[in-house]
Structure formats: structure tokens, C-alpha cells
Design a protein around this ligand. Structure first.
Ligand code: SRM
Ligand code: SF4
Length: 550
């Protein structure tokens, strides 16, 4: 049956490799926004048009254009930023954005509130610091995640190199980005080449991560394509390859669903880039270009079958993946605190509440980190869980003094549950948010902390994730407890994800308010404390006592 391509496919096809009319849109002083088609293309350049939802209704009443501003996502492959780059980001956040930096669940940084006339200077400033924004968003491969502390072992170092090579290999080649933002030379129409993507890029976003067991800090089973490092005699021998993870869904549309990736085999380390290219090419050729809600790799695999996928991949590669090797994940999230790497240097993973780097009256996190970046000669690393690592510290005492001085040390004193908790940005910037998430997590977390303490579970590392809508940006469907926004103040409650991030949780209550969610959790915590089996996690308990028994 012939299918119609989605409107975004037409926009890409007619964009001349992502140029569209972005230059004209930027020059149009009559509006704070971009032309409609350019709002799609802008994502490939790393920014989204948004408007302040806190004032949307009021502005509409006053017949004013929405308060447009832009979110810029800075791509940081593997999450590593030099102290100079960190300072540049801080300065740009103060001069052109909303005086905050937002660390994301994909090891990137977002700036919010940039107005149209500052877009070019902002993107240029980011590029001047040798970071960029191309392919941070859009229908391409996004930031490749990897466990950020490369120096923890030789395996980490090598795995990080592979992640960087995949990222580089899959970066779009169009010159449009350089032309528009960096005043690069113009390429005559049609002279651009995208050897991997072609002129219409991928049907949808594509996500890759590299995980190093036993830490599943990248949430490998949420990724379209995952590489799970396999060690042999202290060296990286290769990777188990996982495919078809993805979490987005829509309320009330059963054809959309979160899916945990499955492991399909093993490849040697030096073949990982080839495997990544061919999986991407396969999705480019077979992904659904008519329905964007059905366009991720997970649906291509479910529609055609995993055996078809493996055969097709082998045919493209010219070899079959070997049988997957045994591996085991024991933890997720980041290990907050100090750790010494295999070179003997100290590294400090800082807990950043909700990933928001900002100064408040009590904690001057943004200023403190800027000071640390002046005193520090190592680098700063973003984690896949909205936290930050100060890496390669020769002088622990100096950093410790700065942490105290700026109130950052105090911020670290949170429960294991809060250390693991994630919330997506949601309101007021996200256009898709149905309920609060980032702004709600501190209050919700404190209430759940109280309930845990009441049942003697204060030290239990239970994963809690909150998303403002079902798209799942805080990876809620892999949490032991998740609240997914349905409407203002109302959430769907999911329970039963596994602590290693392999099993999806299940919907147990729909459209409930906070009181009902807390009452349910209170009962469950108390039962769990009294009836748990030896070493049983909360997720496993909820799975057997709630999900499987209903
Ligand atoms: Fe996301 C869309 C924020 C990680 C699934 N995500 C959005 C947008 C851009 C809203 C939009 O399309 O206009 C959000 C911007 C909000 C804002 O104001 O900043 C947004 N996503 C985020 C971030 C910032 C959440 C955070 O608080 O950290 C994360 C940025 C990642 C990055 O640095 O690249 C973020 N998003 C994720 C993840 C987690 C991951 O990648 O590991 C997921 C689930 C995994 C997945 O992709 O399946 C995720 N975001 C989505 C989806 C659903 C996609 C789908 O297949 O259905 C959307 C909606 C869409 O694409 O249409 C979305
Ligand atoms: Fe926005 Fe929904 Fe993603 Fe939260 S989960 S940032 S509300 S798209």
C-alpha cells in the first residue's frame, strides 16, 4: 500500500541540506519566532523554538505573539568539557540565556531563553569554544553517550575512544551549519553530500550509547543502538550490540509504546563504527517516513521481526555478529562523591539537583562551578544522569574549600533515592509538557524521603523518575517508580522497573493526584520493608507484588 510521507519529510527534502529559509527567518524583525518549516530544520542545527508557557495564556488574551525564545542544546560527545569551555558556557548563559545551564539526561547541556537576535552570537560563541550544536537534535544520530570517567580503567579509556569515533563518523556533513552560523563559504546548491544520511536524513531521531558493565549509567536499554563493553584480561575485547530501545509513547495510543533494547550479538571493538553505520543505514532505508509516531528503530524491528533485522544487518556488514558474551549490570545512575582513577588522580561526581546549574540564595552552584573551573586543571564531565564530574583533581583541598564556600557541599547531602532521581525539564519551556517535572521534583522527593524514612528505608537506592508527559525524557519507564504527566497536577504511576535498567516498569494507576500516589507508595514501602526477600530491590518487589499479581 502506498503511504504518504509526513510533512517533515517534505521539509527536509526541500531544505537544500538543512538550509531552508533560516537566514531569512533570522533577519525577519517582525516576529520573535522562525517561519514554520524552519522550526523543524532548526533542530538539526541544535535549537528549538519555544515560548514561555507561564505567560502564554495571558499574552494570548492580550493578542500578543507568544513570548518566543530558543533552547539551544550543546553537543558534548562523551560529556567532556574543558574548564575554559565550561566558563564560556557559563558566560553565555548569563549574557544570552536565562542565567542557568541545564545538564541533560544525554550528557549534553541546554541553554534556555535565548532570543532570536542573540541566536547567531550564541551559537558562534559555543563554536568558538570548540563545542558545537549540530546534530544535538533532529532526525540524525544524537550525542553518543559513554560512561564519563574514561580513566577509571583501560577498558573505559578504549570504550570512550570508540564512542568518540562513532560520534564523529555519524555527524552530518552538510556545510549549511557553517554557512549560517559561522559565516563559512557558501556551497553551490546541490554540492553538499551526506554519504550516510542522504538528503532526507533519518526518519526520526537516533540514539546510541556505550556502556561499561557493571555500571549501566547510560541506560543502555533505552537506546536505539547500544554497545556493551566486554572485557578480556583487563582489555576491551569488543561489544555486545543491543538494538531497538526507545521510550516515547502517547497517552491512549497503544500503537506507541516504550521498548527495552535487546542484545543481538557481539562484535570486535574495531568493528563498532561499521556496525553503527550499518544499523543507522538500515533504519534510514526501512524506518517509517509516513508516521513520525511510528518512525523509531524499535517499530522497524517490531514490524519486521528481529530475525529479519539480524539477517539484513549481516548482509550489509558482510559478516554475522558473533554470539553475545555474558555480562552483568549491577547499578545505574552516577556514583556521587570521590573516586580515584587508575592513573591515581581524584575525580569528584557532584550531585546537581534536577540538572539545573543555577545560583540561588542558599547555593551558588553556577558561580561555584565557574570558580572551580578557574582553579581546576583537569576537565568537567557531564554524566548521563544530569550530574557533573570534576575530573583529574590534583588538589582535593582547594576544590573542597570552594565547594564549602559556594554551598555546593551542602547540596550533596541527599538520600540515595534523591541522588538517583531524574526529572525532565517540562514546564515552563517544554511545549509538550502536560504537568510539572523539574520544578516539582524537589517537593515530591522530600515527601517520598519522609515516607521511606518512616519505613526504615532511608538508605534504599530506589530509582524515581518524573516526566511532564509520556515522551519519557527522564527515562521514566525504566525506573522502579515513575510519575508521568497527564494533566496539571495529575500523573500516571508506573512501578516495577529493575535496578539494573533492563526491565520496563508497568502502568499501575492512571491520572492520579499527588495524595493518591503518595498513599500508594506509603503502603508499598511499608509492605516492602516487612516482606522483602533477601537482597530484593524495591523494583523487583513491586514487580512481583503489584504488577504480576494484578
Ligand atoms: Fe527528550 C522531545 C528534553 C532526553 C524522548 N525532549 C523533547 C523536547 C525537545 C520537546 C520538543 O520536542 O519540543 C524537550 C525540550 C524541553 C526543554 O524545554 O528543554 C526534551 N529530552 C529532553 C531533555 C533535556 C530532558 C532532561 O531533562 O534532561 C533530554 C535532552 C537529551 C539530550 O541532551 O540530547 C531529553 N528525550 C530524552 C530521552 C532520554 C535519552 O535520550 O536517553 C528520551 C527517551 C529515549 C527515547 O528517545 O526514546 C527522550 N524527547 C523524547 C521524545 C519521544 C521520542 C519518541 O520516540 O517518541 C520527544 C518528543 C519527540 O521527539 O517528538 C522528546
Ligand atoms: Fe517535555 Fe515531555 Fe520530554 Fe518532559 S518528557 S521534557 S514534558 S517532551
Amino acid at each position: 500500500m502506498a503511504t504518504t510521507e509526513s510533512p517533515v519529510e517534505k521539509i527536509k527534502a526541500h531544505s537544500d541540506y538543512l538550509r531552508g529559509t533560516i537566514v531569512a527567518s533570522l533577519a525577519d524583525a517582525a516576529s520573535g519566532g522562525l517561519a514554520d518549516d524552519d522550526t523543524q530544520l532548526s533542530k538539526f542545527h541544535g535549537f528549538y523554538q519555544q515560548d514561555d508557557r507561564d505567560v502564554r495564556a495571558d499574552r494570548a488574551r492580550r493578542k500578543l505573539e507568544p513570548a518566543y525564545s530558543f533552547m539551544i542544546r550543546v553537543r558534548v560527545p562523551g560529556g567532556i568539557a574543558t574548564p575554559e569551555q565550561w566558563r564560556t558556557l557559563t558566560e553565555i548563559a548569563k549574557s544570552h540565556a536565562n542565567h542557568s545551564l541545564r545538564l541533560t539526561t544525554r550528557q549534553a547541556v541546554q541553554l534556555h531563553g535565548v532570543i532570536k537576535r542573540d541566536l547567531k552570537a550564541t551559537i558562534r560563541g559555543i563554536n568558538d569554544s570548540l563545542l558545537d550544536t549540530i546534530a544535538a537534535c533532529g532526525d540524525v544520530n544524537r550525542n553518543v553517550m559513554c560512561s564519563p570517567l574514561a580513566e577509571l580503567s583501560g577498558v573505559h579509556e578504549r570504550a570512550f575512544e570508540v564512542a568518540a569515533a562513532i560520534s564523529e563518523h555519524l555527524t552530518p556533513r552538510t556545510r549549511a551549519y557553517h554557512e549560517i552560523w559561522l559565516d563559512g563559504d557558501k556551497v553551490a546548491g546541490g554540492a553538499d553530500q551526506e554519504p550516510i544520511y542522504g538528503s532526507t536524513y533519518l526518519p526520526r531521531k537516533f540514539k546510541i550509547a556505550v556502556a561499561i558493565p557493571p555500571q549501566n549509567d547510560v541506560d543502555i536499554f533505552a537506546q536505539d543502538l547500544g554497545f556493551i563493553a566486554i572485557e578480556r584480561r583487563g582489555e576491551l575485547s569488543g561489544f555486545n550490540v543491543s538494538v531497538g530501545g526507545g521510550l516515547g509513547m502517547s497517552h491512549g495510543e497503544p500503537d506507541t509504546y516504550p521498548r527495552a533494547a535487546e542484545v543481538i550479538g557481539y562484535c570486535a571493538a574495531d568493528r563498532a563504527v561499521e556496525v553503527a553505520e550499518q544499523v543507522v543505514a538500515l533504519q534510514r532505508d526501512y524506518g517509517d517516513r509516513s508516521n513520525r509516531k511510528h518512525a523509531r528503530l524499535k517499530y522497524t524491528i517490531d514490524d519486521r521481526g528481529i530475525d529479519w533485522f539480524k539477517r539484513e544487518l549481516a548482509a550489509r556488514l558482510g559478516f554475522r555478529l558473533e554470539e553475545a558474551r555474558p555480562f552483568r549490570f549491577l547499578r545505574r545512575g552516577d556514583s556521587i562523591g570521590w573516586v580515584r582513577d587508575h592513573r591515581g588522580a581524584w575525580n569528584l561526581t557532584l550531585f546537581v539537583p534536577q540538572g539545573r546549574v543555577i545560583d540561588s540564595d542558599e547555593h551558588r552552584l553556577m558561580s561555584g562551578l565557574a570558580e572551580i573551573s578557574k582553579a581546576h586543571c583537569g576537565d568537567l564531565r557531564l554524566t548521563p544522569n544530569q550530574n557533573l564530574i570534576v575530573a583529574g583533581i590534583p588538589d582535593r583541598a582547594r576544590i573542597g574549600t570552594l565547594l564549602d564556600e559556594f554551598g555546593i557541599a551542602e547540596l550533596q547531602a541527599v538520600s540515595p533515592m534523591r541522588q538517583l532521581a531524574l526529572a525532565c525539564v517540562a514546564l515552563p519551556t517544554c511545549p509538550l509538557a502536560m504537568a510539572e517535572a523539574e520544578r516539582y521534583l524537589p517537593e515530591l522527593g522530600a515527601k517520598i524521603d519522609e515516607l521511606l524514612a518512616k519505613s526504615g528505608l532511608a538508605d534504599e537506592p530506589i530509582s524515581l523518575r518524573v516526566s511532564g508527559c509520556p515522551n519519557g525524557c527522564s527515562r521514566p519507564y525504566l525506573a522502579e517508580i515513575a510519575l508521568v504527566g497527564k494533566a496539571p497536577g495529575r500523573y500516571n504511576l508506573f512501578l516495577g522497573g529493575s535496578a539494573d535498567g533492563r526491565r520496563l516498569n508497568s502502568l499501575v494507576e492512571e491520572n492520579i493526584d499527588e495524595a493518591r500516589a503518595l498513599a500508594r507508595l506509603d503502603r508499598l514501602f511499608s509492605e516492602f520493608a516487612n516482606r522483602r526477600r533477601e537482597a530484593e530491590t524495591f523494583g523487583d518487589y513491586a514487580q512481583r507484588s503489584v504488577v504480576e499479581s494484578s
